[in-house]
Design a protein around this ligand. Structure first.
Ligand code: LLP
Length: 411
C-alpha cells in the first residue's frame, strides 16, 4: 500500500490533519522515510558502506532521528546542520562535512565532537584544517572532493560537477594535494569524494563519475596513498511528474558491478531520494479567481513555503484531497498569496476545485521546508510526522510574535 494516497497518509485522512494542525502543513511519513533509507541500505548490505543522508534536504530533527535509529550517517554543510544531527542522536563518527566555505568555528566544533570525515574542497581548506587540528591536538580525517567535469544533465542550478562550478578540485591538483596532505601530521587521508549534481534521472553520469573516481583511487593506491572509502555524493533523482529515475537498487548495482576491489568502503549521501517522497505539503484553497482567459486557485501555501517551482521551474504533482468534487474541471494556476508573479506552486493543472478544498503538493519532503523563508512576513508552516495511526507535531507552527522576536527598534 502506498504511504500517501489522494486522501490519506498512512491511515490518517488529510482532512482530519488539516483540521487538527491547520494549513499550510508539511506532512511526513515515517514508514516512507524508513522504506527509502532501507532501499539503499539493503542494496549495499554486502559491501562495506556508509549512507550519509544529506541533511540539507530535510533537516527536521525528527527526520534525522528516524534515520539515525536506522543506522544512517549524515552529510552536513554547516555547524547548524551538525548541531541538528547531534540533537537528533546522530553519531558524530558517521558525519561527513562537505561545503566550499567552512568557517573556523565550524571546523573546531566538528573536530571537538570527532566527525568521521571532512570533504576538503580547496588547498586553502586543507591548510586551514591542518592548522586548526594542530592547535587542538586532533587529527582530521579527510577526503578530497574531486570536480570530475561531468555533466549531470540536470537543472543548471543543481549541477555541481562541471569544471566551471565552484565545487571540488580538478584531479591533477587533487593528486598533489593528497601528497601534501599525507605529509601533514594532523591530517589523515581516508577518502576520495565527489558530488556531480542533484535530481539525476540517468545512470550514465553516475557511472562515468564512478569510473573516474575508481581510476583515481587506484592511482593513489599505486602512489602509496591507500584510502578507506570512495564517496560518490548524492544526486539520485525522484519522479516529480514524468521522470523515471533509476531505483536505488539499480543505481547501487551499477556502481558495485564496476568495483573490482570489494574492500573499499562506498559512501553515498542521498538526500532527495530518501526525503522527497516521504512528504507532502498540505494546503487549502482560499478562493478561485478568473482573469481574462486564466483561472487561478489561490491557496494558503506560497513560494516562501515551497520555492522549488519558482526557482527551478519544477512541476510538483498537485492532488485534490476531495476526490468526489462536483465542481467543474478547469485549468488552473495554483498560486500563493505572495506579491510576486513568480509565486506559483503549479501551472496549467486541470482540476475540479472549490474554495476551502484541500490540495497536497507531492514529493515535497526534500528541499521543501528546508528552503522555506519568511518572505512577506509569513510564519513558517508546521511540520508533522505520521507514524502508523499517530500524528506528531515535529515543528510547531511559527507564531506571529516569534516572526520578529529578534528584531530591535532604535532607542
Ligand atoms: N552531497 C552533497 C555534497 C550535496 O551538495 C548534495 C546536494 C547532496 C549530497 C544531496 O543531493 P540529493 O541526493 O538530494 O540530490 N535545492 C535543490 C537541490 C540542491 C542540492 C544541493 N546539494 C532542489 O530543490 O532541487
Amino acid at each position: 500500500m502506498p504511504h500517501f494516497s489522494d486522501t490519506h497518509v498512512e491511515s490518517l485522512p488529510f482532512a482530519e490533519l488539516a483540521e487538527r494542525f491547520g494549513t499550510p502543513l508539511y506532512v511526513y511519513s515515517r514508514a516512507a522515510l524508513t522504506q527509502h533509507f532501507l532501499a539503499f541500505q539493503q542494496a549495499l548490505s554486502h559491501r562495506p558502506h556508509q549512507i550519509c543522508y544529506a541533511v540539507k534536504a530535510n533537516a527536521n530533527i525528527a527526520v534525522l532521528n528516524v534515520l539515525a535509529r536506522l543506522g544512517a550517517g549524515f552529510d552536513i554543510v554547516s555547524r547548524g546542520e551538525l548541531e541538528r544531527v547531534l540533537a537528533a542522536g546522530g553519531m558524530p563518527e558517521k558525519v561527513v562535512f562537505s561545503g566550499v566555505g567552512k568557517l573556523d568555528h565550524e571546523i573546531e566544533r566538528a573536530l571537538a565532537v570527532g566527525i568521521g570525515c571532512f570533504n576538503v574542497e580547496s588547498a586553502f581548506e586543507l591548510t586551514q584544517l591542518n592548522s586548526i587540528a594542530t592547535g587542538m591536538q586532533k587529527t582530521a580525517n579527510i577526503a578530497i572532493r574531486i570536480n570530475p567535469d561531468i555533466d549531470a544533465q540536470t537543472h543548471p542550478y543543481i549541477s555541481t560537477g562541471l569544471k566551471e562550478n565552484k565545487f571540488g578540485i580538478p584531479w591533477r591538483e587533487a593528486f598533489a594535494l593528497y601528497e601534501k596532505a599525507s605529509r601533514m601530521p594532523n591530517i589523515n587521508t581516508v577518502g576520495l569524494a565527489c558530488h556531480i549534481g542533484s535530481q539525476l534521472t540517468q545512470l550514465a553520469p553516475f557511472i562515468e563519475t564512478f569510473d573516474q573516481m575508481y581510476t583515481y583511487y587506484l592511482a593513489l593506491k599505486n602512489a602509496g596513498i591507500l584510502l578507506k572509502h570512495i564517496d560518490l555524493g548524492g544526486g539520485l533523482g525522484v519522479c516529480y511528474q514524468q521522470e523515471i529515475p533509476p531505483t536505488p537498487q539499480a543505481y547501487v548495482a551499477a556502481l558495485l558491478a564496476r568495483m573490482t576491489d570489494p574492500s573499499v568502503e562506498i559512501l553515498i549521501s542521498p538526500g532527495r531520494a530518501i526525503a522527497a517522497n516521504a512528504g507532502v505539503l498540505l494546503t487549502r484553497v482560499i478562493h478561485l479567481k478568473q482573469v481574462a482567459d486564466k483561472n487561478f486557485a489561490v491557496v494558503d501555501a506560497a513560494m516562501n513555503d515551497l520555492i522549488r517551482p519558482a526557482l527551478y521551474q519544477i512541476e510538483h504533482a498537485i492532488v485534490p484531497v476531495n476526490t468526489q468534487s462536483n465542481a467543474p474541471k478547469r485549468r488552473y494556476d495554483i498560486v500563493g498569496p505572495i506579491c510576486e508573479t513568480g509565486d506559483f506552486l503549479g501551472k496549467n493543472r486541470d482540476l475540479a476545485l472549490e474554495p476551502g478544498d484541500l490540495l497536497t503538493i507531492r514529493a515535497a519532503g526534500a528541499y521543501g521546508f528546508s528552503m522555506s523563508s519568511h518572505y512577506n512576513s509569513r510564519p513558517s508552516a508546521a511540520e508533522i510526522m505520521v507514524d502508523q495511526a499517530q500524528a506528531y507535531v515535529v515543528r510547531d507552527r511559527e507564531t506571529l510574535a516569534s516572526l520578529f522576536a529578534g528584531e530591535h527598534c532604535l532607542p
